[in-house]
Unconditional design. Structure first.
Length: 255
């Protein structure tokens, strides 16, 4: 366990020593904050309209402001996460530092868990940063706290699953660009799976609907925390980590 924590802290430190991580965080926060402010202004316009018709009770502050921001943040993470994870293994292989790590007495899973834990630390900081605009809204309005927490939890689980997929593709190559493009391709397929399911039969449509990452994430945005959705994100992360373990174990055997 100590070795995993050491690798995690080293990974987190290397991320924040890289200008790429700071740049991606700044872009993510700036765009998300802008979209949040746009949603707030749109809510104010709708508020006036609903007041005129006496239907203000039907207007949900959370649904019109926080949920759209978290939905847009997920799209941005779909684009950003492959660039964050591409360096986890592929860059180490390219620079030749992987050989020293691979020859250590640590198991492949310990190395993977250490790097993944460091990534989760980074993602936790990212989600906390994105939580600032919604939290400020509590000073001026009454958004649903349960739905807000559910949405933030969903965003963290979504980004953790994205990270596991990116880690898996990074373990399969020594080219960071290939790793990033491969991760983006897999994540995009999971993103549009439900769309493809609409064109298929009932059985295929059900399978693709379950594989769709957006269907499970959308439930969190509406305030529903389901065991089915929790299991889905945990399974997706586990598959990514196990794939990386098999790839790295095979490489260490081959020398």
């Amino acid at each position: 366990m100590r070795a995993i924590l050491i690798i995690a802290s080293r990974e987190l430190r290397s991320m924040f020593l890289s200008p790429l991580a700071w740049t991606l965080l700044a872009v993510l926060f700036a765009i998300s904050a802008y979209m949040f402010m746009a949603a707030v202004f749109n809510y104010q316009i709708k508020l006036v309209q609903f007041q005129a018709y006496g239907e203000i009770g039907k207007l949900s502050l959370t649904d019109w402001t926080i949920s759209p921001m978290l939905g847009n943040a997920a799209v941005l993470l779909l684009l950003i996460m492959p660039m964050v994870t591409m360096r986890l293994f592929a860059d180490e292989k390219r620079r030749g530092t992987w050989t020293a790590l691979a020859s250590s007495p640590l198991s492949s899973m310990e190395i993977i868990l250490g790097k993944y834990l460091g990534l989760l630390y980074f993602l936790a900081i990212t989600v906390l940063l994105l939580a600032l605009p919604p939290l400020l809204l509590f000073l001026f309005g009454k958004p649903d706290p349960g739905q807000t927490v559910s949405g933030l939890l969903g965003l963290f689980l979504l980004s953790a699953a994205f990270g596991a997929v990116g880690l898996a593709t990074s373990s399969a190559t020594d080219n960071p660009v290939v790793a990033a493009l491969s991760a983006f391709g897999v994540l995009l397929l999971l993103w549009v799976a439900s769309w493809m399911g609409e064109a298929g039969g009932s059985a295929l449509g059900s399978v693709l609907s379950y594989l769709s990452i957006t269907n499970h994430y959308q439930n969190f945005l509406t305030g529903v925390i389901s065991s089915t959705d929790l299991v889905y994100f945990l399974l997706l992360a586990a598959v990514g980590l196990l794939f990386a373990r098999q790839r790295l174990a095979a490489e260490r055997i081959q020398g």
